[in-house]
Design a protein around this ligand. Structure first.
Ligand SMILES: Cc1cc2nc3c(=O)[nH]c(=O)nc-3n(C[C@H](O)[C@H](O)[C@H](O)COP(=O)(O)O)c2cc1C
Length: 80
């Protein structure tokens, strides 16, 4: 992703606050001015649905996905 302005960042954070809770997803978003690393945790179908939406975001120039499946465990919050 190109360097993000603080207003762009705020929009992403607001969208995450709004939508991730509704999808019962938890996670972490790391940002270093041009790159994001995001961990999304929850039901596989909800994670996949959100990942597809984020992948289609025109603010992305490139996106890669690595998947780590942890059953019944959460790195960042309560999940199951
Ligand atoms: C790096 C990056 C991470 C994002 N992470 C999330 C996220 O965790 N949750 C989310 O709903 N949207 C996230 N978005 C924004 C989505 O691509 C999309 O704009 C948003 O979900 C639309 O939500 P809305 O229809 O409620 O406006 C992210 C976008 C980028 C560029």
């Amino acid at each position: 992703m190109r360097p993000a302005s603080s207003s762009e960042l705020l929009k992403i954070v607001r969208a995450a606050e709004r939508n991730n809770l509704a999808l019962a997803l938890t996670g972490t978003l790391l940002f270093d001015k041009s790159r994001f690393v995001q961990v999304l945790e929850g039901e596989r179908s909800s994670v996949t649905k959100l990942f597809i939406r984020i992948s289609q975001d025109s603010r992305h120039e490139d996106i890669a996905s690595s998947t780590l499946l942890l059953s019944g465990a959460s790195l960042t919050g309560r999940w199951r």
